[in-house]
Design a protein around this ligand. Structure first.
Ligand code: NI
Length: 171
């Protein structure tokens, strides 16, 4: 496993529509492991393959479902290839986001409160995930990366966080 280099805006790979993952071989598994390691080292809560310069529809998320209320909540790792929304709640919520590929900026973004996502796991088998609150936000942020969309495109307001202002999770 190795830590990959995170690419920053305005790298064009961040603006490309990523390609579907069609092969689940050793190379794919190494890429996934590297993404998880890179995410943990950053540290962040979510990472999409374009953020390490690879235009593949692959996201990794590590987040505790109850982390909003309890920062010691057990974290869960999600690895999803070719993620697609099955359903999105009508309810929208505003929250503060940052992005590992957009350093020193945060912004308020409206996201669906709840989303249902389907895709493939690291073995290439189908998975379905129901995500709510922050986890739903992270999924939407990461899946945007696969379309070449950054949170700054969707933000109602963008600003440079004050030193030590760590409200936004980097994704
Ligand atoms: Ni991001």
């Amino acid at each position: 496993m190795s830590i990959r280099e995170i690419v920053y805006t305005p790298d064009p790979v961040l603006r490309r529509k990523a390609h579907k993952v069609t092969v689940f071989d050793k190379e794919t598994k190494t890429l996934i492991d590297d993404m998880v390691e890179t995410l943990r080292q950053a540290p962040g809560v979510g990472l999409a393959a374009p953020q390490i310069g690879i235009s593949s529809r692959l996201i990794v998320i590590e987040y505790g479902e109850d982390e909003e209320e309890n920062e010691n909540a057990p974290k869960k790792l999600y690895v999803v290839a070719n993620p697609e929304f099955v359903k999105k709640s009508d309810e929208m919520v505003e929250g503060i986001e940052g992005c590992l590929s957009v350093p020193n900026l945060v912004g308020t973004v409206d996201r669906h409160e709840e989303v249902w996502v389907k895709g493939l796991n690291r073995q290439g088998q189908p998975v379905k995930i129901k995500a709510k609150g922050w986890l739903a936000r992270i999924f939407q942020h990461e899946m945007d990366h696969l379309e070449g969309i950054l949170f700054t495109d969707r933000a109602n307001k963008i600003w440079q966080p004050a030193e030590g202002e760590a409200e936004a999770a980097d994704v």
